[in-house]
Structure formats: structure tokens, C-alpha cells
Write a protein that binds this ligand. Structure first.
Ligand SMILES: [Zn+2]
Ligand SMILES: [Zn+2]
Length: 395
């Protein structure tokens, strides 16, 4: 067994010939560049690319395989340079009958072992999605229906960023995942926490006790890959091994979740869209205490406060540790040039954030920046909550 790092939620901006896939994501974010970034700069061993059901991306994958730079594994996944395993995924928006009869939508990340499987999935989904070439389009299916289609093509379904206000199960559709998946709830073995929550918050909900927690980046650009990631114990890198780790089978497991301090996420606290301010009251409120208006975007923290059902909010014994990390880009005094300098010397952000000592960092970027990086690593920085689509800040 050995330890690997995995980030299972990375988008594609454009196909290699420039066709838009996810419009809000960077142009340089294409299939081949993601593989290279993970291998050369991020030190990520398994990456889930979740726009692979787009026929334009499928073309790119076929070209990539033909080039000889990568090959498909029998156990599922694509191996690049013998360093990175790429999992072929698709993020699907489902339509749910939400709370109080209101319509809700939720995101799901689905992974498939082989290119052939996701091709067939894509083909079937084109009956349920208006434009299958684009990322994360709304489908006319519920999660309850989608999971059957995913399993038909040998895939797995993971509810994505489960607490975010607009596009998630808890944020937008339901108080209980079990009400959505009903007797199929056992088929859900992992959920993605999202940037604005963490293990401690999620473990206040009893129905999540037996589910594996994933911390993924949801990257819309190359530098943001691995701003959240998972350390896993596996025998090898392949689709099959990762599924085992998510199911906690045969000694495969998640060893640790590395994630943002949830305060740094874009939707941690409720936000007044009129006052343009985060509302940091102790109890969740539906009205802005400043202007008394109700034009607010509910926060992840606030939502969890409302739906939590555990009195003893300790995590179950087998829950891996959640390790806060503050990505370089959030640290005061660390701009693009400094990051470039650091990466040129120390190769990966992971080295810089977790391994190097202050002296090594100081030698490259000076004392002030080095102190900040180490302080951030030790959780000694003051963090102000994000909300309403604005990231939190570090002071
Ligand atoms: Zn999403
Ligand atoms: Zn207000």
C-alpha cells in the first residue's frame, strides 16, 4: 500500500480546438494541460476531470490516447507519464422537488472506468440535457433516477459540494439526502464537502456518519487544482482502487482531507446582497440585521446550523483528520510573481504548504512572506468569513 494525493473535481474550460466547455473556466484548462499540471507542478496522483461527457472532450481524450502519451487501464482510468491517473467524470445537474414543493437543483459528480462507458453515458444523457457539449447542464432527471443510468455504465455517483446555496442537495433541495435517494441511499458511499464546509460541520448530520467525505478543488483554472485534495491509501492508481478507497474496502481508505478553512469559501456565511456584507450573527437569520431586507444568500454554515440533528457532534471514530490549508494565493504578500518563484524552486505547492521549513522558504522569498506561509500552515492567521460568492480573506 502507499499514499497518494487525489483531487476529483477539475473542470475543462475549452476543448483543444477552442470549443467552449465550461464558459466560466480558463481557456488553458484542457484535458492534456490538466494532466501535465498534475504531473509536473501539483504533485497530484489521481485527478477526476468532470467534463468528459462532452463529445468535444471525448475527441480530445481519443487524440491523447493515440498520441501514445497516455493509455487506458484494465481497472479503469487513464495513465499519463506513469505518474497521474485520470478518472473520467461528468458533473450532472439534477432537478429535484425541493423543500416546500419548490423546485431545486443539485450537482452530482459521476465517474466511469473506461472511455467506452462514458461515451455510452454521454449518448444516453443527450436525451436528458439540452446541450451535452457544455459542462454541468441541467438534466430533467432526479438524483434518484440518475444513479440508475450511472450504474448501467459501471459508474459511481457522488453528490457534489453538498451544502452550497444554489446547486446542491442540502443547500437547495432537501434536509435529508435519504429523502432524495430513498432505498438507493446505500449506493451513495461518498459526498463532496465543498469549499465552505469541513468535516466538523458535516459531522453534525447523522445520516452522513457512514459516508466518506471528499475534499476537491472544483478548479476553474490550472493554478486552483489541488486547493483542496484527499490523501488516500491504495495499492495502485486506478478507478477500481479509488472506488475501494471511497468505500473503505480491503485497507484502502482516505487518510486525510486537506481543505480550505471553510471561512475562506465563497458561501460560508449568509450574505446581504443589498448591503453587500457578510452577516456574522451567532444564530442563522433570514433577514439582514442592518437593512432588515430579505435579499440574502444563505450561507453554508447557517444552513448546517438549521438542519443539523446530532447533539454529540463528535466525528465517528474512523473519520480521517481534516487538515486546514490556506492556498498560497490567499496568503497576504504572496502574489503571482512570488508563487512563480516558489514553484520554480520547490516544484509543487504541496511541498511549500506542508513540507518545507521556514528557512528554506525564506531563502527564496524573504522573511516576511516566509513567516506568513508558516503562520498560515499552523492556523495562526485571522480569517474573515466569505459569503454571497465572495471568498473569505486572511489578515
Ligand atoms: Zn458544481
Ligand atoms: Zn442588508
Amino acid at each position: 500500500m502507499y499514499e497518494i494525493f487525489a483531487d476529483l473535481h477539475v473542470h475543462i474550460g475549452r476543448s483543444e480546438n477552442g470549443k467552449p466547455i465550461k464558459i466560466t473556466a480558463a481557456r488553458s484548462l484542457n484535458f492534456a494541460n490538466i494532466a501535465k499540471e498534475c504531473a509536473d507542478r501539483k504533485g497530484i496522483n489521481v485527478v477526476g476531470i468532470i467534463d468528459c461527457a462532452s463529445p468535444y472532450v471525448i475527441e480530445d481524450i481519443e487524440k491523447f490516447l493515440k498520441s501514445g502519451e497516455a493509455y487506458e487501464l484494465k481497472d479503469g482510468g487513464i495513465i499519463y507519464k506513469d505518474k497521474v491517473c485520470i478518472l473520467l467524470g461528468s458533473e450532472v445537474e439534477t432537478s429535484e422537488k425541493g423543500r416546500n414543493g419548490k423546485k431545486g437543483s443539485a450537482h452530482n459528480i459521476c465517474f466511469f472506468p473506461h472511455l467506452e462507458d462514458i461515451k455510452r453515458f454521454s449518448n444516453e444523457m443527450s436525451n436528458h440535457i439540452k446541450n451535452i457539449t457544455l459542462s454541468t447542464q441541467r438534466s430533467d432527471l432526479s438524483g434518484y433516477e440518475l444513479i440508475d443510468i450511472v450504474e448501467k455504465y459501471n459508474g459511481i455517483l457522488i453528490p457534489a459540494h453538498i451544502f452550497t446555496p444554489f446547486k446542491s442537495y442540502y443547500g437547495n433541495c432537501t434536509d435529508r439526502l435519504e429523502d432524495i435517494f430513498k432505498e438507493k441511499y446505500d449506493k451513495i458511499f461518498a459526498v463532496e464537502l465543498g469549499l465552505s464546509s469541513d468535516t466538523f460541520l458535516a459531522d453534525t448530520i447523522s445520516e452522513l456518519e457512514n459516508k466518506t467525505f471528499l475534499t476537491n478543488s472544483d478548479a476553474h483554472s490550472l493554478p486552483k487544482i489541488a486547493r483542496e485534495y484527499n490523501k488516500m491509501q491504495v495499492e495502485d492508481i486506478s478507478f477500481k482502487e479509488i472506488v475501494k478507497a471511497l468505500k473503505n474496502e480491503d485497507g484502502r481508505k482516505i487518510l486525510a482531507n486537506y481543505g480550505l478553512d471553510p471561512k475562506l469559501g465563497k458561501y460560508h456565511r449568509t450574505y446581504c446582497d443589498d448591503c453587500e456584507k457578510t452577516i456574522e450573527t451567532k444564530e442563522p437569520v433570514e433577514r439582514c440585521p442592518m437593512c432588515k431586507g430579505t435579499n440574502v444568500t444563505f450561507g453554508v454554515f447557517d444552513r448546517i446550523e438549521l438542519i443539523k440533528d446530532k447533539i454529540n457532534t463528535q466525528s465517528p471514530k474512523n473519520r480521517p483528520p481534516y487538515i486546514y490549508q490556506i492556498p498560497l494565493g490567499f496568503i497576504p504578500g504572496v502574489g503571482g510573481k512570488t508563487i512563480e518563484k516558489l514553484l520554480n524552486t520547490f516544484e509543487t505547492e504541496m511541498n511549500i504548504l506542508h513540507k518545507l521549513n521556514q528557512d528554506d522558504i525564506e531563502a527564496v522569498v524573504g522573511e516576511k512572506v516566509a513567516i506568513n506561509i508558516v503562520k498560515a500552515r499552523e492556523g495562526k492567521m485571522e480569517v474573515h468569513s466569505g459569503g454571497g460568492g465572495n471568498y473569505g480573506t486572511v489578515k
